[in-house]
Write a protein of this length. Sequence first.
Length: 291
Amino acid sequence: MDEQLNNFLDYLRFEKRYSPHTLKAYQRDIEGFAAQTDAPWSEVRPHHLADMVARRHARGASPRTLQRLLSSLRSFFNYLEKQGMVRSNPAAAAKSPKRKQRLPNTLDADMTAKLLDFKPKNALEMRDLAIMELFYGSGVRLSELVQADIRDLDLASGMMRVTGKGAKTRVVPLTGQCVAAIQAYLAIRPGAVPSDALFVTRDGGRVSQRTVQQRLKRLGIARLGSNVLHPHMLRHSFASHLLESSGDLRAIQEMLGHADIATTQIYTHLDFQHLAKVYDAAHPRAERQPE
């Protein structure tokens, strides 16, 4: 093995405490580059890396693979620069082809209605309907839903307090159908519960994320004939449908609990239909139920 590469790997192994798996990845990336480049390390220039990226991209390497490769080389040349073995890091400004942004899967409004418009046959289905209405009606995360307590609800006002990432709290609105589904569920929710958890199991314990995922997949199969339904699909559908109707990216950022609006902008691939400032007017299921 090249002496400089060997020293670099020892540095990662003993000083950085990198795992054997990570060390093998670094070694594979750097040796692969060396095999394609005749120049010694001190004479490697940016164009050598650009040529390598172009050749590998032409052979079908993904942007993600090329990004990882360049990251390995940046670290290696940064080490050599600190050791005085190269004047500068030739990989510092090297770029790989951009990764295509992956858009979240969503349900259209008709599929969502088909999923949610059913009469529960038992207590578990009443709970599951309330869970799905909450996902789609407010855009909460799975972790936020299972952590929710009864005291977080203000059903009279149609609002709910949510504790999100970084223990940050926000208040989200609830649709009329969501309020009705939660009220129906609370009326039959197991009584001897040791905690104030909103959604519980048959035995009264707080429902787990895994249970919610499994129940939604089962309902997706039964209602839509598909096994791909998952909590984030309903969250994405909430954001996409509301953005189609309102175009208010900032409001949706607040409701989703995104710290950076750039995260919310993934939904802007949709065509906006019309502007609506009021949540009840914008959301497909926001019409309040008659008292």
